[in-house]
Write a protein that binds this ligand. Structure first.
Ligand SMILES: [Zn+2]
Ligand SMILES: [Zn+2]
Length: 310
């Protein structure tokens, strides 16, 4: 137990987390060099944008530490856990880790699904999906707005539901390590484990704008909740993923990639005939329009599958 507590304490885990972030940057550059060597860099400006985005996020987090530190997963988990609704097992129990992983992943599924289905949240999540290539830097191409609310679902919610804060941070460390793996362009299939864990292929499906792949595979560690909640889609041999979002995006531009969806939302809001339509534009899924001139992904998928008429 003493060995466990010496490894699994918040300070050690936070240090490991910093090492993981640094490793992601180093590995991202190693991958870039390999892609240059094999002439696989399809869009140099897009790569530049993802590196710039990483730089902006780092500057932002440092400048506004007074906002980001209290909103970090570790801080929220530790400070919310005294208000937990019930107590699950601690770090010395298998039950504590199992329940922790299941709850963390469910909360992740909920916030990630909402990020695709609520237009305002999609505006903040879309930058992660915009790149038309998959590589380690894409994994860290996150909106500065998104990193303010994600920790509420990954830190505060599991803590409120009784998960030990140390288990929450440890799972988050694993999640961050796995984030590097699932965005990496290398062909890693993980044998029979692909039936149980999220592999790079599952996450490539998630990043695709092919109609059959859109809005699927929301979790990042295990396949449990996507399977139960019907959002799991395995990669199909005859359907190669086409990465990116449906908006015509200039992925070489940081402003266009990170704020383009806000601009589109603003354009739609100006056409709204009343407050109700404005609220619908903000909170309903992307594609909703008051004059039915656009279509949500679900409706487009149903029409394509012949389930409803266009
Ligand atoms: Zn997503
Ligand atoms: Zn991703």
């Amino acid at each position: 137990m003493s060995t466990l507590t010496s490894i699994f304490n918040i300070e050690t885990l936070q240090s490991i987390l910093s090492i993981v972030f640094l490793s992601a940057i180093v590995l991202g550059f190693v991958e870039l060099v390999i892609h240059y060597y094999y002439k696989k860099v399809r869009n140099k400006r897009e790569r530049g944008m993802t590196v710039f985005s990483l730089f902006i996020a780092a500057v932002f987090v440092n400048l506004f530490g007074f906002v980001f530190v209290p909103l970090s997963i570790g801080f929220l988990a530790v400070n919310i856990s005294p208000f937990a609704l019930w107590e699950l097992g601690g770090i010395g129990t298998v039950w504590g880790w199992t329940a922790g992983l299941v709850i963390y992943e469910l909360s992740h599924w909920v916030v990630h699904m909402a990020s695709h289905k609520v237009r305002l949240l999609w505006c903040m999540h879309a930058p992660h999906h915009a790149p038309e290539d998959m590589n380690i830097f894409v994994g860290h191409n996150l909106s500065v707005f998104e990193i303010t609310y994600l920790p509420i679902f990954l830190g505060a919610v599991p803590a409120l539901l009784g998960v030990d804060p140390i288990i929450i941070v440890a799972i988050n460390v694993l999640d961050q390590i796995w984030n590097i793996v699932i965005h990496c362009s290398a062909d890693m299939r993980f044998g029979f484990l692909r039936h149980f864990i999220i592999t790079p292929n599952h996450h490539r499906v998630h990043h695709s704008k092919n109609l059959v792949y859109m809005d699927t595979n929301y979790t990042t560690l295990i396949l449990l909740w996507d399977t139960i909640l019907g959002t799991r889609v395995d990669i199909k041999e005859d359907e190669p993923p086409i990465y990116g979002i449906t908006r015509d995006t200039n992925t070489g531009s940081y402003l266009n990639t990170h704020f383009g969806e806000f601009k589109e939302l603003w354009k739609d809001l100006k056409t709204a005939p009343n407050i109700r339509a404005m609220m619908c534009y903000i909170f309903l899924p992307p594609g909703w329009s008051h004059d039915k001139s656009q279509m949500s992904t679900v409706k487009t998928q149903k029409i394509a599958a012949g389930l409803v008429k266009g």
